[in-house]
Design a protein around this ligand. Sequence first.
Ligand code: NAD
Length: 367
Amino acid sequence: MVVYDEFGPEKILEVYHPKVGLHGFVVIDSLALGPGKGGIRLTPTVSIDEVSRLARAMTWKNSLADLPFGGAKAGIIADPKEITLKKKYELIKIFAESIKSICPSLYIAGPDINTTEKEMEIFAKANGDNKSATGKPKSMKGLPHELGSTGLGVYHSTLIAMEHKGLSKKASIAIEGFGNVGEFVSKYLIENGYNVVAVSDSKGVIYNEKGLNFNKLKQIKEKTGSVINYNEGKVIPTHEIIKLKTDVLITAAIPDLIKIGDVNSLKFKLIVEGSNIPTTPDVEEILHKKNVLVVPDFVANAGGVISSYVEYIGKDEKYMFNLVEEKITRNTELILKNSEKKGCNPRDSALEIAEKRVRKYCKVCRI
Ligand code: NAD
Protein backbone atom coordinates (compact mmCIF):
# COMPACT_ATOMS: atom_id res chain seq x y z
CA MET A 1 0.00 0.00 0.00
CA VAL A 2 1.31 3.43 -0.90
CA VAL A 3 1.79 5.54 2.22
CA TYR A 4 0.70 9.16 1.80
CA ASP A 5 1.86 11.83 4.22
CA GLU A 6 2.39 15.57 4.32
CA PHE A 7 5.24 15.39 1.75
CA GLY A 8 3.66 13.19 -0.91
CA PRO A 9 3.64 11.33 -3.17
CA GLU A 10 2.41 14.29 -5.21
CA LYS A 11 1.68 12.40 -8.43
CA ILE A 12 1.51 8.78 -9.59
CA LEU A 13 1.28 7.96 -13.28
CA GLU A 14 0.50 4.39 -14.35
CA VAL A 15 1.12 3.29 -17.92
CA TYR A 16 -0.55 0.20 -19.36
CA HIS A 17 -0.13 -0.95 -22.96
CA PRO A 18 -1.37 -4.56 -23.32
CA LYS A 19 -0.48 -4.85 -27.02
CA VAL A 20 3.25 -4.49 -26.31
CA GLY A 21 3.04 -5.94 -22.78
CA LEU A 22 4.05 -2.73 -21.03
CA HIS A 23 2.98 -2.07 -17.46
CA GLY A 24 4.92 0.66 -15.73
CA PHE A 25 4.61 3.63 -13.41
CA VAL A 26 6.25 6.80 -12.27
CA VAL A 27 5.89 8.00 -8.69
CA ILE A 28 6.71 11.64 -8.16
CA ASP A 29 7.11 11.92 -4.43
CA SER A 30 7.98 15.60 -4.09
CA LEU A 31 8.44 18.53 -6.43
CA ALA A 32 9.42 20.93 -3.66
CA LEU A 33 13.02 21.33 -4.77
CA GLY A 34 12.64 20.78 -8.53
CA PRO A 35 11.61 18.12 -11.09
CA GLY A 36 11.44 14.62 -9.64
CA LYS A 37 14.67 12.71 -10.19
CA GLY A 38 15.11 8.96 -9.87
CA GLY A 39 15.97 5.86 -11.91
CA ILE A 40 13.85 3.37 -13.83
CA ARG A 41 13.84 -0.10 -12.28
CA LEU A 42 12.92 -3.02 -14.54
CA THR A 43 12.16 -6.20 -12.59
CA PRO A 44 9.37 -8.81 -12.56
CA THR A 45 8.32 -7.87 -9.04
CA VAL A 46 8.50 -4.08 -9.07
CA SER A 47 5.32 -2.46 -7.72
CA ILE A 48 3.92 1.01 -7.14
CA ASP A 49 4.52 0.49 -3.39
CA GLU A 50 8.20 -0.34 -3.88
CA VAL A 51 8.66 2.55 -6.30
CA SER A 52 6.93 4.99 -3.96
CA ARG A 53 9.30 4.03 -1.09
CA LEU A 54 12.27 4.48 -3.40
CA ALA A 55 10.88 7.82 -4.62
CA ARG A 56 10.73 9.03 -0.99
CA ALA A 57 14.34 7.96 -0.48
CA MET A 58 15.23 10.07 -3.54
CA THR A 59 13.44 13.10 -2.04
CA TRP A 60 15.76 12.93 0.98
CA LYS A 61 18.88 12.04 -1.01
CA ASN A 62 18.44 14.95 -3.45
CA SER A 63 17.59 17.36 -0.69
CA LEU A 64 20.57 16.41 1.45
CA ALA A 65 22.89 16.66 -1.56
CA ASP A 66 21.44 20.18 -1.98
CA LEU A 67 20.41 19.55 -5.59
CA PRO A 68 17.55 21.33 -7.39
CA PHE A 69 15.68 18.04 -7.80
CA GLY A 70 12.62 16.56 -6.15
CA GLY A 71 12.27 12.84 -5.47
CA ALA A 72 10.84 10.33 -7.96
CA LYS A 73 11.31 6.79 -9.24
CA ALA A 74 9.88 4.67 -12.05
CA GLY A 75 9.24 0.98 -12.51
CA ILE A 76 8.53 -1.33 -15.45
CA ILE A 77 7.25 -4.84 -14.71
CA ALA A 78 9.34 -7.24 -16.81
CA ASP A 79 11.85 -10.04 -16.30
CA PRO A 80 15.01 -9.36 -18.32
CA LYS A 81 15.85 -13.08 -18.14
CA GLU A 82 12.55 -13.95 -19.84
CA ILE A 83 12.50 -11.34 -22.61
CA THR A 84 14.89 -10.53 -25.47
CA LEU A 85 17.05 -7.41 -25.40
CA LYS A 86 15.03 -6.15 -28.37
CA LYS A 87 11.81 -6.50 -26.35
CA LYS A 88 13.39 -4.75 -23.35
CA TYR A 89 14.42 -1.82 -25.56
CA GLU A 90 10.90 -1.68 -27.03
CA LEU A 91 9.39 -1.48 -23.52
CA ILE A 92 11.74 1.41 -22.63
CA LYS A 93 10.88 3.20 -25.90
CA ILE A 94 7.10 2.92 -25.43
CA PHE A 95 7.42 3.88 -21.76
CA ALA A 96 9.39 7.01 -22.72
CA GLU A 97 6.81 7.96 -25.37
CA SER A 98 3.95 7.39 -22.91
CA ILE A 99 5.36 9.74 -20.26
CA LYS A 100 6.64 12.38 -22.69
CA SER A 101 4.32 15.07 -21.31
CA ILE A 102 5.95 14.98 -17.84
CA CYS A 103 9.64 14.82 -18.91
CA PRO A 104 11.76 16.67 -17.96
CA SER A 105 9.42 19.23 -16.32
CA LEU A 106 8.17 16.82 -13.62
CA TYR A 107 10.31 13.69 -14.06
CA ILE A 108 13.90 13.03 -15.15
CA ALA A 109 14.87 9.39 -15.65
CA GLY A 110 18.13 7.63 -14.79
CA PRO A 111 19.52 4.08 -14.62
CA ASP A 112 18.58 1.67 -11.85
CA ILE A 113 18.31 -2.13 -11.61
CA ASN A 114 18.47 -3.64 -15.13
CA THR A 115 18.71 -0.28 -16.88
CA THR A 116 22.03 1.17 -18.05
CA GLU A 117 23.39 3.93 -20.29
CA LYS A 118 21.94 2.08 -23.34
CA GLU A 119 18.40 2.21 -21.93
CA MET A 120 18.89 5.90 -21.07
CA GLU A 121 19.93 6.56 -24.67
CA ILE A 122 16.75 4.86 -25.94
CA PHE A 123 14.62 6.69 -23.37
CA ALA A 124 15.97 10.16 -24.21
CA LYS A 125 15.71 9.59 -27.98
CA ALA A 126 12.13 8.29 -27.75
CA ASN A 127 11.20 11.10 -25.40
CA GLY A 128 12.67 13.67 -27.76
CA ASP A 129 14.43 15.73 -25.06
CA ASN A 130 18.06 15.10 -24.14
CA LYS A 131 17.35 16.40 -20.63
CA SER A 132 14.64 13.77 -20.01
CA ALA A 133 17.25 11.26 -18.76
CA THR A 134 20.72 11.25 -17.21
CA GLY A 135 23.33 8.50 -17.12
CA LYS A 136 23.34 8.58 -20.95
CA PRO A 137 26.38 7.55 -23.06
CA LYS A 138 29.20 10.05 -23.57
CA SER A 139 28.18 10.35 -27.25
CA MET A 140 24.95 12.05 -26.02
CA LYS A 141 26.83 14.40 -23.69
CA GLY A 142 26.14 11.94 -20.88
CA LEU A 143 28.05 10.99 -17.75
CA PRO A 144 27.41 7.24 -17.42
CA HIS A 145 27.33 5.78 -13.90
CA GLU A 146 30.08 3.47 -15.13
CA LEU A 147 32.52 6.38 -14.51
CA GLY A 148 32.35 5.44 -10.83
CA SER A 149 30.84 8.60 -9.30
CA THR A 150 29.06 6.67 -6.52
CA GLY A 151 32.23 4.77 -5.49
CA LEU A 152 34.18 8.03 -5.41
CA GLY A 153 31.55 9.58 -3.12
CA VAL A 154 31.56 6.54 -0.82
CA TYR A 155 35.36 6.84 -0.62
CA HIS A 156 35.19 10.50 0.47
CA SER A 157 32.42 9.79 2.95
CA THR A 158 34.58 6.99 4.44
CA LEU A 159 37.57 9.31 4.87
CA ILE A 160 35.50 11.87 6.81
CA ALA A 161 33.87 9.19 8.96
CA MET A 162 37.24 7.54 9.74
CA GLU A 163 38.66 10.88 10.81
CA HIS A 164 35.56 11.54 12.94
CA LYS A 165 36.00 8.14 14.60
CA GLY A 166 39.74 8.68 15.17
CA LEU A 167 40.72 5.85 12.82
CA SER A 168 44.11 6.15 11.11
CA LYS A 169 45.12 5.01 7.61
CA LYS A 170 46.23 1.72 9.18
CA ALA A 171 42.68 0.83 10.27
CA SER A 172 41.53 -2.39 8.60
CA ILE A 173 38.72 -2.15 6.03
CA ALA A 174 36.36 -4.77 4.55
CA ILE A 175 34.31 -4.02 1.41
CA GLU A 176 31.14 -5.99 0.62
CA GLY A 177 30.71 -6.20 -3.19
CA PHE A 178 32.99 -5.60 -6.16
CA GLY A 179 30.54 -4.19 -8.73
CA ASN A 180 30.15 -0.59 -9.85
CA VAL A 181 30.28 0.83 -6.31
CA GLY A 182 32.57 -1.69 -4.60
CA GLU A 183 35.22 -1.73 -7.31
CA PHE A 184 35.66 2.05 -7.34
CA VAL A 185 35.66 2.44 -3.57
CA SER A 186 38.30 -0.34 -3.35
CA LYS A 187 40.36 1.37 -6.04
CA TYR A 188 40.37 4.80 -4.36
CA LEU A 189 41.08 3.41 -0.89
CA ILE A 190 43.87 1.02 -1.89
CA GLU A 191 45.55 3.44 -4.32
CA ASN A 192 45.57 6.11 -1.60
CA GLY A 193 47.29 3.85 0.92
CA TYR A 194 44.33 2.65 3.02
CA ASN A 195 44.40 -0.84 4.49
CA VAL A 196 41.73 -2.85 2.61
CA VAL A 197 42.05 -6.41 3.94
CA ALA A 198 38.81 -7.99 2.64
CA VAL A 199 36.64 -7.73 -0.48
CA SER A 200 33.63 -9.87 -1.38
CA ASP A 201 31.33 -10.73 -4.25
CA SER A 202 28.49 -13.22 -4.63
CA LYS A 203 30.96 -16.17 -4.57
CA GLY A 204 32.72 -15.36 -1.29
CA VAL A 205 35.13 -13.12 0.62
CA ILE A 206 38.89 -12.85 0.06
CA TYR A 207 40.67 -11.89 3.30
CA ASN A 208 44.35 -11.06 3.70
CA GLU A 209 45.45 -9.26 6.86
CA LYS A 210 48.47 -7.81 5.01
CA GLY A 211 46.18 -5.94 2.61
CA LEU A 212 44.94 -6.48 -0.96
CA ASN A 213 46.31 -5.17 -4.26
CA PHE A 214 43.69 -3.39 -6.41
CA ASN A 215 45.09 -4.20 -9.87
CA LYS A 216 45.36 -7.85 -8.97
CA LEU A 217 41.78 -7.92 -7.62
CA LYS A 218 40.47 -6.30 -10.81
CA GLN A 219 42.39 -8.68 -13.09
CA ILE A 220 41.27 -11.75 -11.14
CA LYS A 221 37.65 -10.59 -11.17
CA GLU A 222 37.78 -9.95 -14.93
CA LYS A 223 39.58 -13.21 -15.76
CA THR A 224 37.83 -15.65 -13.41
CA GLY A 225 34.57 -13.93 -12.51
CA SER A 226 35.29 -13.74 -8.78
CA VAL A 227 37.63 -12.03 -6.31
CA ILE A 228 37.93 -15.29 -4.36
CA ASN A 229 40.50 -16.57 -6.89
CA TYR A 230 43.00 -13.95 -5.66
CA ASN A 231 45.09 -16.81 -4.15
CA GLU A 232 47.03 -14.91 -1.47
CA GLY A 233 44.63 -14.98 1.48
CA LYS A 234 41.81 -16.86 3.10
CA VAL A 235 38.45 -17.44 1.38
CA ILE A 236 35.34 -17.37 3.57
CA PRO A 237 31.62 -17.61 2.70
CA THR A 238 30.02 -14.42 1.36
CA HIS A 239 27.77 -13.65 4.31
CA GLU A 240 30.61 -14.09 6.82
CA ILE A 241 31.98 -10.70 5.84
CA ILE A 242 29.93 -9.31 8.72
CA LYS A 243 31.76 -11.62 11.15
CA LEU A 244 35.18 -10.13 10.35
CA LYS A 245 37.06 -8.21 13.05
CA THR A 246 37.97 -5.27 10.80
CA ASP A 247 37.64 -1.68 12.03
CA VAL A 248 35.52 -0.59 9.05
CA LEU A 249 32.86 -2.26 6.90
CA ILE A 250 31.76 -0.64 3.64
CA THR A 251 28.61 -2.16 2.16
CA ALA A 252 28.34 -2.12 -1.63
CA ALA A 253 26.09 -5.01 -2.66
CA ILE A 254 22.86 -6.43 -1.24
CA PRO A 255 19.97 -5.00 0.81
CA ASP A 256 19.35 -6.33 4.36
CA LEU A 257 22.94 -7.52 4.84
CA ILE A 258 22.84 -6.85 8.59
CA LYS A 259 19.81 -8.16 10.47
CA ILE A 260 18.75 -7.42 14.03
CA GLY A 261 20.08 -10.83 15.19
CA ASP A 262 23.58 -9.95 13.93
CA VAL A 263 23.98 -6.80 15.99
CA ASN A 264 25.59 -8.26 19.11
CA SER A 265 28.29 -10.12 17.20
CA LEU A 266 29.45 -7.19 15.04
CA LYS A 267 33.00 -5.96 15.76
CA PHE A 268 33.15 -2.97 13.39
CA LYS A 269 33.77 0.54 14.74
CA LEU A 270 32.44 2.17 11.56
CA ILE A 271 29.98 1.06 8.86
CA VAL A 272 29.61 3.12 5.68
CA GLU A 273 26.47 2.28 3.69
CA GLY A 274 27.55 2.39 0.04
CA SER A 275 24.63 0.12 -0.91
CA ASN A 276 20.96 0.99 -0.43
CA ILE A 277 19.19 -0.28 2.72
CA PRO A 278 21.91 -2.72 3.92
CA THR A 279 20.10 -2.69 7.27
CA THR A 280 17.12 -1.09 9.03
CA PRO A 281 16.84 2.17 11.01
CA ASP A 282 16.20 0.06 14.17
CA VAL A 283 19.53 -1.73 13.76
CA GLU A 284 21.26 1.59 13.11
CA GLU A 285 19.83 2.99 16.35
CA ILE A 286 21.10 -0.02 18.35
CA LEU A 287 24.54 0.34 16.73
CA HIS A 288 24.54 4.05 17.58
CA LYS A 289 23.92 3.20 21.23
CA LYS A 290 26.79 0.69 21.06
CA ASN A 291 29.06 3.47 19.77
CA VAL A 292 29.32 2.06 16.25
CA LEU A 293 29.24 4.90 13.72
CA VAL A 294 26.96 4.20 10.72
CA VAL A 295 26.99 6.60 7.76
CA PRO A 296 23.53 6.21 6.17
CA ASP A 297 23.07 5.17 2.52
CA PHE A 298 21.44 8.36 1.25
CA VAL A 299 24.41 10.38 2.55
CA ALA A 300 27.28 8.08 1.48
CA ASN A 301 26.02 6.93 -1.92
CA ALA A 302 24.70 10.22 -3.35
CA GLY A 303 27.61 10.45 -5.83
CA GLY A 304 25.45 8.96 -8.62
CA VAL A 305 22.73 11.60 -8.36
CA ILE A 306 25.30 14.39 -8.04
CA SER A 307 26.77 13.12 -11.32
CA SER A 308 23.23 13.17 -12.80
CA TYR A 309 22.89 16.82 -11.84
CA VAL A 310 26.23 17.67 -13.48
CA GLU A 311 25.08 15.94 -16.68
CA TYR A 312 21.75 17.78 -16.50
CA ILE A 313 23.45 21.18 -16.39
CA GLY A 314 25.78 20.19 -19.24
CA LYS A 315 29.12 20.14 -17.41
CA ASP A 316 31.92 17.63 -17.92
CA GLU A 317 33.53 14.68 -16.12
CA LYS A 318 36.15 16.78 -14.31
CA TYR A 319 33.48 19.12 -12.92
CA MET A 320 31.51 16.05 -11.80
CA PHE A 321 34.42 14.45 -9.90
CA ASN A 322 35.12 17.75 -8.09
CA LEU A 323 31.46 18.31 -7.18
CA VAL A 324 31.03 14.73 -5.88
CA GLU A 325 34.07 15.16 -3.61
CA GLU A 326 32.97 18.61 -2.41
CA LYS A 327 29.32 17.75 -1.70
CA ILE A 328 29.87 14.30 -0.14
CA THR A 329 32.68 15.61 2.09
CA ARG A 330 30.61 18.59 3.24
CA ASN A 331 27.42 16.60 3.81
CA THR A 332 29.12 13.79 5.73
CA GLU A 333 30.80 16.38 7.98
CA LEU A 334 27.49 18.22 8.41
CA ILE A 335 25.43 15.22 9.43
CA LEU A 336 28.11 13.83 11.77
CA LYS A 337 28.49 17.18 13.55
CA ASN A 338 24.70 17.60 13.77
CA SER A 339 24.37 14.06 15.11
CA GLU A 340 26.92 14.81 17.84
CA LYS A 341 25.26 18.12 18.71
CA LYS A 342 21.74 16.64 18.91
CA GLY A 343 22.81 13.31 20.43
CA CYS A 344 20.89 11.43 17.73
CA ASN A 345 22.03 8.78 15.26
CA PRO A 346 23.44 9.93 11.88
CA ARG A 347 20.32 8.87 9.92
CA ASP A 348 18.01 10.97 12.09
CA SER A 349 20.49 13.81 11.86
CA ALA A 350 20.54 13.61 8.04
CA LEU A 351 16.75 13.30 7.82
CA GLU A 352 16.28 16.37 9.96
CA ILE A 353 18.43 18.46 7.60
CA ALA A 354 16.85 17.01 4.43
CA GLU A 355 13.28 17.47 5.74
CA LYS A 356 13.95 21.06 6.77
CA ARG A 357 15.05 21.96 3.21
CA VAL A 358 12.02 20.25 1.61
CA ARG A 359 9.60 21.82 4.09
CA LYS A 360 10.90 25.31 3.25
CA TYR A 361 9.83 25.02 -0.42
CA CYS A 362 7.03 22.47 -0.17
CA LYS A 363 3.77 23.79 -1.63
CA VAL A 364 1.70 20.72 -0.80
CA CYS A 365 2.76 20.45 2.84
CA ARG A 366 2.20 24.11 3.72
CA ILE A 367 -1.08 25.99 3.74
P1 NAD B 1 26.54 -4.08 -9.31
O1 NAD B 1 25.49 -4.97 -9.86
O2 NAD B 1 27.46 -3.37 -10.23
O3 NAD B 1 27.48 -4.92 -8.30
C1 NAD B 1 26.98 -5.68 -7.26
C2 NAD B 1 28.12 -6.50 -6.67
O4 NAD B 1 27.62 -7.22 -5.56
C3 NAD B 1 28.74 -7.54 -7.60
O5 NAD B 1 30.14 -7.57 -7.38
C4 NAD B 1 28.15 -8.87 -7.11
O6 NAD B 1 29.01 -9.96 -7.33
C5 NAD B 1 28.08 -8.55 -5.64
N1 NAD B 1 27.17 -9.39 -4.88
C6 NAD B 1 25.99 -9.92 -5.22
N2 NAD B 1 25.50 -10.62 -4.16
C7 NAD B 1 26.42 -10.48 -3.17
C8 NAD B 1 26.50 -10.93 -1.85
N3 NAD B 1 25.54 -11.69 -1.33
N4 NAD B 1 27.56 -10.58 -1.10
C9 NAD B 1 28.55 -9.81 -1.62
N5 NAD B 1 28.54 -9.35 -2.86
C10 NAD B 1 27.47 -9.69 -3.62
O7 NAD B 1 25.78 -3.08 -8.34
P2 NAD B 1 26.24 -1.62 -7.90
O8 NAD B 1 25.81 -0.64 -8.93
O9 NAD B 1 27.65 -1.67 -7.46
O10 NAD B 1 25.27 -1.37 -6.65
C11 NAD B 1 25.56 -1.92 -5.37
C12 NAD B 1 24.63 -1.27 -4.36
O11 NAD B 1 24.83 0.15 -4.37
C13 NAD B 1 23.12 -1.45 -4.60
O12 NAD B 1 22.50 -1.45 -3.34
C14 NAD B 1 22.72 -0.19 -5.33
O13 NAD B 1 21.35 0.11 -5.18
C15 NAD B 1 23.58 0.81 -4.60
N6 NAD B 1 23.81 2.06 -5.34
C16 NAD B 1 24.43 2.04 -6.55
C17 NAD B 1 24.65 3.24 -7.22
C18 NAD B 1 25.37 3.27 -8.55
O14 NAD B 1 25.61 4.38 -9.06
N7 NAD B 1 25.79 2.15 -9.09
C19 NAD B 1 24.18 4.45 -6.67
C20 NAD B 1 23.56 4.43 -5.42
C21 NAD B 1 23.38 3.22 -4.76
